[in-house]
Design a protein around this ligand. Structure first.
Ligand SMILES: *Cc1c(COP(=O)(O)O)cnc(C)c1O
Length: 339
């Protein structure tokens, strides 16, 4: 009979277990994560975009997280977490809920460190992301109509069966791993003034704020879809309440629920938080494809839409725009190409 874990009290609407420590990572945790992930993941290129620099009258650099295995930055977090898990989870392995990239990250880490992995995905999950999770050996459970329904299912299974539930944000090691991108930027571009970061669960923006924000004094601006503004609302209003409205082309940012640990970091450290309309995001996605030959998914394109919309703030600055992921669903890409 499988032994589960009883959830402990959670500050947000998600379930956390006794093994979840909600203390944000320290700077030394981030440096330690960099050491741990380096055998498994290459550093990513930081490349000046001549087109965007001219277009925005600024010095614009792209941090090409899309070049990582899995095609998204999240794998840094999965590997950082997976590389220091104890053997108490060997039998049941890891479980996570994901619209795609978190699941790929956990599946990739499970493959590297020999943990079995189960990923709960919403029924309409991006098929290319699901194929990739399977390729890394994960078992897939389809459940529910959106991320939060799949998440509740994963939390239930973890309670009943004793999986190690890998939360998509309330995980210090995962956030430390994601933050290693910021350490790489510090090495290469110490005079960065400003970065934009897409916010879903908030790990990417937290990671940049704790590194180039804290260490270099750069401003980090969060970006979310105006069609799914849960984190933006929580950040502005100072609470962790769920938000019902969520219909965005950026499935990587689609959550109704703000997460406690990352929200604490974002409240303390974000310089600002912008919302962009999906229409502007799709236009930015198309522009980046046509002008730069870079294919990105909606969650990532929000950053480019925000940089265009905030060109006053960007002008004259040294700016980093992270290319957080390239895993756009085939059907969406075809739609973008047709329009
Ligand atoms: C998950 C994701 C984001 C948002 O990151 P969070 O850490 O959840 O805020 C942005 N872009 C892509 C491609 C993602 O997969």
């Amino acid at each position: 009979m499988a032994q589960g874990y009883e959830p402990v009290e959670s500050p947000d609407e998600t379930t956390v277990f006794p093994y979840h420590d909600l203390t944000p990572p320290s700077r030394s945790d981030i440096y330690a994560a960099r050491e741990r992930i380096s055998p498994y993941l290459p550093e990513t290129p930081l490349v000046r975009s001549d087109w965007l620099s001219a277009e925005l009258d600024a010095d614009v650099y792209l941090k090409r997280e899309d070049t990582l295995p899995t095609g998204a930055f999240k794998v840094r977090g999965g590997v950082a977490l997976g590389s220091q898990l104890g053997d108490e989870f060997d039998e049941h392995g890891l479980i996570a809920a994901s619209t795609g990239n978190h699941g790929q990250s956990v599946a990739f880490a499970g493959m590297q460190f020999d943990h079995p992995v189960t990923i709960c995905v919403p029924e309409d999950a991006n098929p290319s992301k699901v194929r990739s999770m399977k390729r890394y050996g994960a078992d897939i459970e389809y459940y529910g109509s959106d991320y939060d329904e799949a998440r509740a299912h994963a939390e239930r299974l973890a309670t009943e069966q004793g999986y190690r539930y890998v939360h998509s944000a309330n995980e210090p090691e995962l956030v430390a791993g994601v933050a290693t991108a910021g350490l790489e930027i510090i090495d290469e571009l110490p005079d960065v003034d400003l970065a934009f970061a897409p916010v879903g669960g908030g790990t990417c923006a937290s990671g940049l704020a704790m590194t180039i924000g804290d260490i270099l004094g750069a401003d980090v601006i969060g970006v979310q879809s105006a069609q799914a503004p849960a984190a933006h609302r929580a950040w502005k209003q100072g609470h962790l309440e769920p938000h019902e409205k969520m219909e965005t082309v950026a499935e990587g940012l689609a959550t109704r629920v703000p997460f406690a640990m990352t929200m604490e970091v974002l409240r303390e450290k974000l310089a600002d938080f912008a919302l962009v309309d999906d229409e502007a995001t799709l236009e930015a996605l198309r522009q980046m494809m046509v002008r730069s030959g870079i294919i990105m998914e909606g969650a990532c394109a929000t950053v480019f839409a925000a940089a265009f919309e905030h060109r006053e703030r960007v002008r004259g600055q040294t700016v980093v725009l992270p290319v957080t992921g390239r895993n756009i669903a085939e059907a969406k890409l075809e739609g973008v190409l047709r329009d």
